[in-house]
Design a protein around this ligand. Structure first.
Ligand SMILES: Cc1ncc(COP(=O)(O)O)c(C=O)c1O
Length: 407
């Protein structure tokens, strides 16, 4: 599909066949104290979009700026929709669905972006991709690299959860732990690609990350019988997934396939609420310190914060903040009462949704269609249960011991 780029901040448009990252004019203003400027939006050609309205079915690939080669090499998409019966009843939400993106190849939503970045690299005859990550994006890109035979160079804060780092090492990436924050790793990975070449996959910095992530909304549209939810909950750190979800619905709207973008809810931890605060106050200053235990959404300077705030407004959505204790409790509730095991960042979406449940019914009625986007599997971070959940002691290998244990 044909496309151009538009700066999210100044609206300047750019037409190029080369790999393009940011609006040079706005990016120059970035001084590290507030949310970065200069991220660009991929604008799909309107004529091409209109053609899609005539198709009986659409797939995410119809909306991608680059063709994805050998899709089954790295099978991304088609994640299940769970209808968690017990939770529906408990929170009086008849039409509740959970989109299980924890079922993607590397165990997180980030496979969606990594698939398109791999396609971008292959299209431009590049064999190397560098990025910074809190863990999941790195694991996803490394997974794609292994599948397609691409070299992956990954900068991560040394404090990233061990399972996510191990995953990337196992997939064969060059992992560079950094004695610093995610923001530091972000800057170093950009310095790396400037000096040593390759595509940079940093979230939102490379606009194709948002294009890849939008696939979830297009997939959901078909899964729901060419329909979209009224309200959708998205866990937010940098605001790139949120922007991707919005963009998918926006493209469907532009193609004339839906009438309204769903109300998109930005779910954040109170201990990492940069985007939520900016939406409320209009102030884009970085947080002094993000301290949430949900590592994937712990962000002080959200890389896509400005675009996310804009999209909260454009979708007529809102931000819901929750305590870390509510996130961890929600994680256990999803496991015990729905059989859905996710990492804390993903559970943040559920924590916000259940917090809003009465309000949703009051505002939209009991038939409100709500979707909770669950972005990462619980196996990613088992350390979170240390001290709160433990395995019972072993019993002796005897029927007496069984009797004793249960009487
Ligand atoms: C599992 C999971 N959920 C949510 C997020 C938040 O996405 P974003 O940083 O784009 O807001 C991330 C990002 O790393 C993630 O890995």
């Amino acid at each position: 599909m044909r496309f151009t780029y538009e700066c999210c901040d100044c609206g300047a448009t750019y037409e190029t066949n080369e790999v393009f990252y940011q609006c040079p004019k706005c990016a120059k203003e970035n001084d590290g104290t507030s949310f970065p400027k200069g991220n660009v939006i991929v604008k799909l050609n309107e004529e091409d979009l209109q053609k899609l309205s005539k198709q009986e079915h659409v797939s995410m690939y119809d909306f991608f700026p680059y063709p994805v080669p050998d899709k089954d090499v790295y099978p991304v998409g088609g994640t299940p929709l769970a209808t968690p019966k017990r939770l529906s009843k408990k929170y009086k939400l008849k039409n509740l669905v959970c989109k299980l993106d924890s079922a993607l190849p590397s165990g997180s939503f980030k496979d969606r972006a990594s698939q398109l970045i791999a396609a971008q690299a292959i299209h431009h005859n590049q064999n190397k991709i560098a990025l910074a990550s809190t863990g999941n994006a790195g694991a996803a890109m490394s997974c794609a690299g292994a599948a397609y035979g691409l070299e992956i160079v990954l900068f991560v804060p040394e404090t990233a959860p061990i399972n996510k780092l191990m995953q990337s090492v196992l997939y064969g990436a060059t992992v560079v732990p950094v004695k610093g924050t995610y923001d530091d790793a972000f800057a170093l990975s950009i310095a790396y690609t400037k000096e040593f070449g390759g595509i940079n996959r940093n979230t939102a910095y490379n606009p194709m990350t948002i294009e890849g992530k939008k696939s979830v909304s297009i997939e959901l549209f078909e899964q729901l019988g060419r329909n979209v939810p009224d309200v959708m909950y998205v866990p937010v750190g940098d605001g790139c997934i949120y922007a991707g979800v919005y963009k998918g619905f926006y493209d469907l709207l532009q193609a004339g396939l839906i009438e309204k973008v769903p109300y998109l809810v930005c779910a954040q931890s109170k201990q990492s609420n940069a985007i939520s605060s900016a939406w409320k106050t209009g102030n884009f200053t970085n947080l002094p310190k993000a301290t949430t235990r949900a590592d994937s959404i712990s962000v002080e300077s959200p890389a896509n914060g400005r675009m996310a705030v804009r999209y909260i407004k454009e979708s007529e959505g809102w931000a819901t903040e929750v305590e870390d204790s509510e996130i961890l409790d929600s994680q256990l509730e999803l496991a015990k009462e729905a059989g859905i095991f996710v990492e804390p960042a993903a559970a943040c979406a559920w924590a916000a949704l259940r917090k809003d449940s009465d309000m949703l019914v009051e505002r939209f009625g009991e038939d409100v269609k709500v979707c909770c986007l669950l972005t990462g599997t619980g196996f990613k971070d088992m350390a979170v249960f240390q001290g709160s959940v433990s395995i019972p002691e072993a019993i002796e290998n005897s029927t007496e011991a069984v009797h004793e244990r249960f009487s």
